[in-house]
Design a protein. Sequence first.
Length: 161
Amino acid sequence: MTEKGQIQEDDLPGIGRRFTFTLPDDGQICVVIHHTGRRDLYFTEPDGDAQVLSVDDDLARRLGAVIAGSYFTPAAAQRVEAVIGGLLIDWVTVGEASPVAGRTIAEAGIRQRSRITVAAIVRGDQSIVAPEPEEEVRPGDQLVVVGRPEDLPGFLDQFIH
């Protein structure tokens, strides 16, 4: 059992990573982050009763932002993860049918057409920081994008949905 207020981290081979938080009342919150991006949240009461909630990567990030106190939802962009000094940072997942899937960043003209910059691509276990314009965007990639909040809806419409 972890000490109250401490976080215990454990590797789960073939599954992902587990984070266990012991609460002041001796209950526990356990978060399992799967390699697939799914998160399982287990809440165990001091008497042993447990509840489980499974969420996808996008919802987990938004929930985490709310808990951290940094979630901000401007009317123009419902999916904003963080806005710092007018700078938007967001994570979007490229679907099979996304217009950018199978194209390079340059071919798609992401920055020129949307004024949004792809700061990184998370592809499975690999992170491509500051990808070159010749980097191909693939279905399943998570794009870390940076720009102005008002430019996000246009980016999503042109390249993601």
